[in-house]
Structures are given as C-alpha cells and as structure tokens.
Design a protein around this ligand. Sequence first.
Ligand code: SF4
Length: 62
Amino acid sequence: MRVKVDQELCISCGACIDTCPEVFDWNEDDKAHSIVDEVPAEMEDQANEALESCPTEAISED
Ligand code: SF4
C-alpha cells in the first residue's frame, strides 16, 4: 500500500507519527507526510491504524 497526507487537512497533531514513525514524519512545513514510497508489508497494520486515527481524515491510501 501507499499512503499520502492531504497537506490542507493536516493539523500537525502528530498522532500518525506517534503511531507509525516508520512511515510518517514531519516535512519542512511542519505537516506530516509519508517518508516511504511503499509501506512495508509488516507496517501495514500500523499505517492503517494511523490512517484511521487521524482526526481530520487527512491520510488516505494512494
Ligand atoms: S494524524 Fe492527521 S492531522 Fe495529525 S499529523 Fe498526522 S496527518 Fe496530520
């Protein structure tokens, strides 16, 4: 799977980075973004958890 963060919707709460730091990190605008091209199979559950827990639904599967 691939994930992307809608930069307009991200409110920089940090939940996705706390949940799955292997996939999400801050960018230069202090918004979250995906740091991997393809989510490793063993990280998919955590990435999905992050996707579902985002308060603004900024994360989607790409
Ligand atoms: S959980 Fe959502 S709003 Fe919070 S930092 Fe991640 S993408 Fe942004």
